[in-house]
Design a protein around this ligand. Sequence first.
Ligand SMILES: *[C@@H]1O[C@H](CO)[C@@H](O)[C@H](O)[C@H]1NC(C)=O
Length: 225
Amino acid sequence: MRVTGMIRYVALFITLLGTWFIVQTYFDHRWKAISLRSWLGVTNKPRSEQLPRHKCGNQKSCPQNHFAFKIISGAANVVGPSICFDDMALMSSVKNNIGRGLNIALVNGTSGQLLKADTFDMYSGDISRLDTFLQEIRHGTIVLTASYDDAATKMNDKVRAYFMELGSSHVSKLGFRDNWVFLGAKGLKNKSPFEEHIKNDKNTNKYDGWPEQLEMEGCAPRKMD
Ligand SMILES: *[C@@H]1O[C@H](CO)[C@@H](O)[C@H](O)[C@H]1NC(C)=O
């Protein structure tokens, strides 16, 4: 009786030992790694790895052969606009290359390289400078535009026609202190899908005298046509 009992205990002990050994070998390592860290709230991954940062700080990453972009219009006559393309801040208050009116960056649609960035006063400025700037845009160039304060007072039909040629659908309706963000390209066969326009309307304006700021982000195909 006692011997049988002893054997049972020994057998049980060996079984438990074996189970512990198997569990230890196969699971313990991983289990410990997961549970201990989550209990302690400790992670050894840097923050940037947990929340992937996309180009231009966008919500989504872009497929191959696309350029990430983000265009933000000005807010009233206080906060300047910004233009990001392929993770490069092309125009911004920090870069000190923006101004009231229209802010336009030209990018090579194949290489993504910045060609020109300029700002045009549309309230009291010289419209012929903008006319020349738009006229000289070469085929395959991506054009990024952001309004600030007023982008329409000096706008004329010739300049509107240039923007329409770049794929704009809204430029014809652009009025005093409207906000407008637009990405187009020279040589587009269709209208650009990348355009937002908000009217200056005292019933809907967010600010006293100006509509709310526009922010548009997306993925522009390389060599748009
Ligand atoms: C754009 O870049 C491509 C490739 O680098 C080059 O061949 C082309 O001439 C450039 N076009 C313009 C308009 O700069």
